[in-house]
Design a protein around this ligand. Structure first.
Ligand code: ZN
Length: 442
């Protein structure tokens, strides 16, 4: 009895002593600057500071006004995913930009976590291992990209009948504020509506039966530069900030604020990248449409392509919508979308007609919204073309011809341009999702 007590005491003292030792070591470490590991935040472009508050009294200042900034979008996505874990997931694309920033995305769909490809892959492998001997080959860094050899075809189809996925992309161009804000409003609306008691039936159907990914802001570097430098003219291209380390581009050492460096992300995708019909200045580094030194040379494009490939591994990514502003209103679709969407009945359910109607309604100039085929577009390396080559349905939307009109330009008391656009577009966009989601049509 006594012996047992002593033993317990010894152990207790031992634990205490070791905890004291640890604490002392920690204290020592903190007092000695040499032994303290210092890991300053890698921030080559100086972006890790608060966004300046919009000053309406400054007539030169043309900022985003109350449009969401990049840090606001990131934080909101994370909060929404925490609040609604059963149908919202937030993340960032693989890799970082030259300014060490990540590109945020949000995914919405019932049980979205278990629908994500990585987790599904793990479950799949477990099932396959129980099924019998399998061999894995391929890329070890992305296990879900490995090939499974020796499984019967019916096992694969039975285990990978997933929900259709839809991807909305905005903000490839930094000088287009409205697509980003419209897409932010769109994911906010879907989440708010689905959380209601008695949600809208169409919202419920699409969230229950599909997975909707939204990447509202791809060109995070140039956009963040703009947010921190109110009053500066926004530029189209990425890498708005001079960065000495950057080697690929001959003009990289020139100030990007002068507009000479940087790549047009929507000319950098690896499809028709070196098309002879591309814009003339797409091969000139100082050109407004510079396509970059190589196909998919840019981190933003690489991250987006990786996301698309992973989500589409089993062919579940059905539709990619790329939203822009400035030369619209314009609705672009690929041939498959044109052929299939025209078959949808009744006419009021035809998503392209609804979208055209919406674009006509939101047009700023007297120009009428026009429809174009992606296959007929002359320029190369665009997301639309890459999407057309990769998934079933590809859609491009040019909102208006009013490129950088933000809430900072809005007369007081008026709804913002993005709000007006969003109200006109939200139902057509939902019908677009419904059109590629068979289970949503029941
Ligand atoms: Zn654009």
């Amino acid at each position: 009895m006594r012996r047992h007590l002593t033993l317990t005491m010894t152990i207790a003292l031992g634990v205490l002593a070791s905890s004291i030792t640890t604490t002392a070591a920690q204290v020592l470490q903190e007092k000695n600057p040499l032994s303290k590991p210092t890991t300053p935040l890698y921030d080559p472009c100086g972006f890790q500071k608060p966004t300046p508050i919009y000053n309406p009294k400054d007539p030169v200042q043309k900022t985003l006004g109350d449009y969401a900034s990049l840090p606001q979008i990131k934080t909101e996505m994370e909060v929404l995913a925490k609040l609604h874990p059963s149908f919202v997931r937030a993340g960032t694309l693989k890799g970082k930009t030259v300014c060490a920033q990540s590109i945020p995305y949000i995914s919405i769909g019932k049980n979205v976590t278990s629908d994500m490809i990585e987790e599904k892959w793990n479950a799949y492998i477990e099932g396959a291992q129980n099924f019998g001997g399998i061999t894995l080959s391929g890329d070890n860094t992305a296990p879900w990209k490995q090939e499974v050899v020796g499984l019967p075809e019916d096992f694969i189809t039975e285990n990978h009948q997933g929900k259709p996925q839809i991807l909305f992309v905005g903000g490839l161009h930094a000088n287009e504020a409205n697509p980003t804000e419209v897409l932010v409003k769109f994911y906010q609306f879907l989440i708010r509506e689905y959380s209601k008691v008695g949600p809208d039936p169409l919202v419920k159907k699409v969230v229950d039966n599909s997975v909707i990914h939204v990447i509202p802001l791809v060109n995070v570097d140039s956009r963040r530069h703009l947010e921190l430098n109110p009053g500066k003219t926004p530029r189209r291209k990425n890498r708005m900030v001079w960065r000495r380390e950057y080697q690929n581009n001959d003009d990289a050492n020139q100030s990007i604020i002068s507009g000479t460096a940087g790549v047009d992300l929507n000319r950098n995708f690896a499809y028709n990248w070196d098309s002879p019909d591309s814009d003339e200045d797409s091969t000139t580094p100082s050109g407004n449409f510079y396509r970059g030194p190589d196909a998919a040379s840019e981190k933003e494009v690489q991250g987006l392509v990786d996301f698309i490939e992973v989500q589409n591994y089993y062919g579940e990514l059905k539709l990619i919508v790329d939203m822009h502003d400035g030369i619209g209103p314009e609705f672009t679709w690929n041939e498959k979308a044109r052929d299939d969407f025209q078959k949808i009945q009744p006419p009021v359910d035809q998503p392209h007609l609804l979208l055209l109607g919406a674009l006509n309604a939101i047009r700023v100039s007297a120009k009428t919204a026009q429809t174009l085929l992606i296959e007929d577009h002359p320029m190369g390396g665009t997301l639309e073309q890459y999407a057309d080559d990769t998934v079933d349905y590809a859609i491009g939307i040019e909102l208006s011809d009013n490129r950088f009109f933000t809430s900072g330009d809005q007369p007081k008391g008026q709804p913002t341009l993005a709000e007006t656009h969003f109200q006109k577009l939200k139902w057509p966009l939902l019908k677009l999702i419904k059109a590629v989601c068979k289970a949503c049509q029941k």
